[in-house]
Design a protein around this ligand. Structure first.
Ligand code: NAI
Length: 413
């Protein structure tokens, strides 16, 4: 339960999953909802309509833009939850400058992506889409030509992170041999083995699947030169980011039989909304499975996102824990058993800790626990003290700390 503070309020937009509501109910957070996204002015007004005497949180998905005006709407705004994967819609540096915590759920759909890729490996290996297309056209194309079991085949995973390593485990359960390539030295799971280079992996894999982030190094990572060294007839799967594969070069490799087939879920430029027109150099090839960036789009992933972000927001309220926070330094703090906790987000400049400790010493308040984490220009300090959160003494201390020129956000838990 939230301790000794008025029940916090959260404004949840964009039909966030019921799991988030359950989590907030469990922690005594009062939920206000709106089904759609809001424009800036509407959102500012909605935040101002919440009770002014208690902490406020905001929960959005990808369509609501959190601008500096939104962050300044109410002084009691403590945190923003992005109930989605990305945080591009949020002014992160503006939030950081105001000491506002932002949480998201970058890994909630790991399993969903891994399962889709596994399904595509089998579909490609059995020419299912070409056969299905033929049936739809009224053509009975019963044949074993080019169809193979995946058991015993080699799966090359590029990027052995959350998704790559999850896929590694389930592919081995099907009897596949897993090889991987990663920028970092990654611990192999099961019998998977690392490759010395991307080119080595491309040359020995029957299926190549990409699970890397979008970075300078990965943009164009699979182009004509890489497709030329891929094992002839191998399949390529990209459910990572659109810029990783040169699609014109891939079409060429597919047309020349160098690549046997492909499954592509992500594109260099993607339509903005459902129903928009889609185009790609790969359209019209029946050896290619095209999907509209649905790798992570499952009900289970939505439920996980709701639960994960709500849990992170509740933990921030209750204990000041910032694990996984994208704007503040991360401190993993257990909830208090007794006493109170002062939480101070500050500019990371010399002398902050001594100024705060001096205020505590002047007030004759002992420190029972203290944690400091810094991240570039920002510092986060937890000070545990043997007072109750409702004691007037701690309100005075909190006000004195908040008045320091280095303080961005100060609160008592
Ligand atoms: P992750 O961060 O856990 O793993 C990425 C791995 O790639 C890391 O191990 C990293 O060291 C490695 N890596 C980075 N640069 C590399 C390079 N140049 N060469 C080789 N390895 C490199 O990320 P996660 O969660 O596994 O996601 C992977 C990708 O999948 C991301 O691009 C993400 O945006 C995308 N994704 C796509 C979804 C979809 O709907 N299709 C849903 C979820 C994620």
């Amino acid at each position: 339960m939230v301790r000794a503070v008025p029940r916090p309020n959260i404004l949840l937009l964009e039909s966030i999953h019921a799991t988030a509501h359950e989590e907030f109910a469990r922690h005594g957070v009062v939920v206000h909802t709106a089904a759609g996204a809001m424009e800036e002015a509407q959102l500012v007004a909605a935040l101002r309509a919440l009770p002014a005497d208690r902490p406020v949180l905001l929960g959005i998905r990808s369509k609501t833009r959190v601008t500096p005006a939104v962050l300044d709407a109410v002084p009691q705004l403590l945190a923003v939850g992005a109930f989605c994967i990305g945080t591009d819609q949020i002014g992160l540096s503006a939030a950081r400058e105001r000491g506002i915590a932002v949480f998201n759920a970058p890994f909630s759909n790991t399993r969903s992506v891994a399962e889709l890729v596994l399904g595509e490996i089998i579909m490609l290996s059995r020419q299912v889409f070409a056969r299905s297309e033929a049936c739809h056209r009224g053509l009975w194309h019963k044949s074993a030509d080019g169809s193979h079991e995946v058991r015993g085949k080699t799966l090359g995973i590029v990027g052995y992170g959350h998704i790559g390593s999850q896929l590694s485990v389930i592919a081995e359960a099907l009897g596949m041999q897993v090889r991987y390539h990663d920028l970092l030295a990654k611990l192999p799971l099961g019998n998977a083995q690392p490759c010395n280079s991307l080119h080595e992996l491309l040359g020995l894999s029957d299926f190549v699947t990409l699970h890397v982030p979008d970075t300078e190094l990965t943009r164009g990572m699979i182009g004509a030169a890489e497709l030329a060294v891929i094992k002839r007839g191998a399949y390529l799967i990209n459910a990572s980011r659109g810029m990783v594969v040169d699609l014109a070069a891939l079409r060429d490799a597919l047309e020349h039989g160098q690549v046997g087939g492909a499954a592509i879920d992500v594109f260099p430029s993607e339509p903005a909304k459902v129903g928009d027109v889609f185009d790609s150099p790969l359209r019209g090839l029946d050896s290619v499975i095209l999907t509209p960036h649905i790798g992570g789009s499952t009900q289970e992933a939505q439920a996980n996102i709701g639960r994960e972000v709500a849990t992170a927001l509740a933990a921030y309220l209750i204990s000041g824990s910032t694990t996984g926070c994208v704007t503040l330094p991360n401190i993993d703090a257990a909830p208090l058993r007794s006493g109170a906790r002062l939480l101070n987000v500050h500019r990371n400049v010399p002398g902050v800790l001594s100024a705060i400790n001096q205020l505590l010493a002047d007030s004759q308040v002992n420190i029972t626990g203290q944690r400091l984490a810094t991240m570039e220009s920002i510092g986060l300090l937890h000070v545990d003290v043997p007072l109750r959160a409702s004691d007037p003494e701690i309100s005075q201390l909190s006000a004195a700390i908040a008045a320091l020129p280095t303080s961005l956000l100060t609160r008592v838990i």
